[in-house]
Design a protein around this ligand. Structure first.
Ligand code: KG4
Ligand code: ZN
Length: 356
């Protein structure tokens, strides 16, 4: 029996120090042998957001420990690892550097190939750890730093169809949570608040809903919420506002996904696979709404498992495995790239004066 490929993945682009070991299974879904994620919520909570310097210091302190844990749990021997994959961007440069350098040194010491992974490609391929997924497909990537519709045409081949022109969706959830007095990162809590509220109590705007193709905008919601929050007196009103925000987001994604389906179909890809990935893809209301719009438009929705939506290293190892199969190895002088885009030809679409 030939040995199955084993990849060690490392992720440190933001506030999660994560290491995972996965094993290829030929035609079947790869096996996650270990997937350790250490979050830094407690460090950044009092600042209401990630402090890069503190995040990097914590990555440095923990990366050894987390790697040992991942290796121990995987029950593999060091010499069974075929390659080391580490996130090289996008993300916070001081954080990326920790995992990237650690990964390079680890690969060098094992005398095995090193593979630099785009964090967003990790999210894009994360459903391959629980579902069969072939190229091409339409991807909606919804995370704390990015919100994009992309046509995924192969490994490393992305065409952006739409993007946010201001805040990322996860950012919009976190900012709304902050305004409601919920600790960072409040995204997941909004969903809980929303279940206890009446979405009809407050009306929120849906920026660029009827224009700009499948580009998105969320900054106007934050401004509207800021105005409403000043007059809120009861806990119930907070629940109502969270419910209204959740409902508005669902409706925006419903409308914009319809446009994205049309744009994707124009590319004559002959497929109806729609992948939704990134931290916000853990939101059940959003999942249900996207399943609804997919069914209405003859698309089949594929999500990563809930525990693989937010940042983790199994998805980095998954992207590493795909690159390993094509012998796409990197040199040890590969630089961290904090702005590494999936579609490097896509136009910059952020800030005032953007023409849609
Ligand atoms: O993908 P991710 O872990 O990190 C980035 O690459 O940005 O995404 C984190 C984002 C945060 O903004 C977090 O609040 C949001 O995903 N998030 C959620 C939920 N779970 C995580 N937002 C809404 N509903 C959730 N259930
Ligand atoms: Zn992420």
């Amino acid at each position: 029996m030939t040995k199955k490929t084993i990849i060690l993945g490392i992720e440190s682009s933001c506030d999660e120090t994560a290491v995972a070991v996965i094993r290829d299974n030929g035609d079947k879904i790869p096996t996650i042998l270990s997937n350790i994620v250490s979050s830094q919520f407690d460090i950044h909570k009092k600042f209401g957001g990630v402090v890069p310097e503190l995040a990097a210091r914590s990555h440095l302190e923990k990366i050894d420990l987390i790697t040992n844990k991942a290796l121990e749990e995987s029950k593999i021997k060091l010499n069974e690892i075929d390659a080391v994959a580490a996130t090289a961007g996008p993300g916070l440069i001081v954080c990326l550097t920790v995992g990237l350098n650690f990964g390079k040194a680890f690969a060098l010491s094992l005398k095995k190939p090193f593979i630099a992974v785009n964090h967003l490609e990790g999210h894009a391929l994360s459903p391959k750890l629980n579902s069969k997924l072939n190229y091409p497909y339409l991807l909606l990537l919804i995370s704390g730093g990015h919100t994009q519709y992309l046509s995924v045409e192969g490994l490393g081949k992305y065409k952006r169809l739409g993007t946010t022109i201001d805040d990322a969706l996860g950012e919009a959830y976190d900012k709304t949570a902050k305004l409601l007095g919920i600790d960072f990162p409040g995204g997941p809590k909004i969903e809980e608040f929303a279940k206890k509220g009446d979405f009809q109590k407050f009306k929120l705007p849906k920026p660029i809903i009827k224009k700009g193709g499948c580009n998105l905008s969320f900054a106007g919601l934050k401004t509207a919420i800021l105005r409403i929050v000043k007059n809120i007196k009861t806990e119930q009103e907070k629940f109502d506002l969270a419910a209204s925000f959740q409902k508005t987001i669902e409706e925006i994604l419903y409308e914009k996904t319809k446009v994205a389906f049309q744009d994707f179909n124009k590319k004559k890809q002959n497929t109806n696979t729609f992948v939704v990935a990134g931290g916000v893809a853990a939101n059940k209301g959003i999942r249900n709404k996207l399943i609804e719009v997919s069914e209405e438009n003859n698309f089949k929705t594929i999500f990563p498992n809930i525990n693989l939506c937010s940042d983790n290293a199994a998805m980095i190892a998954m992207a590493g495995l795909e690159k390993y199969k094509l012998k796409l190895f990197d040199n040890l002088d590969f630089q961290a790239n904090p702005r590494w885009a999936l579609d490097e030809n896509a136009k910059f679409l952020k800030g005032a004066g953007v023409k849609l």
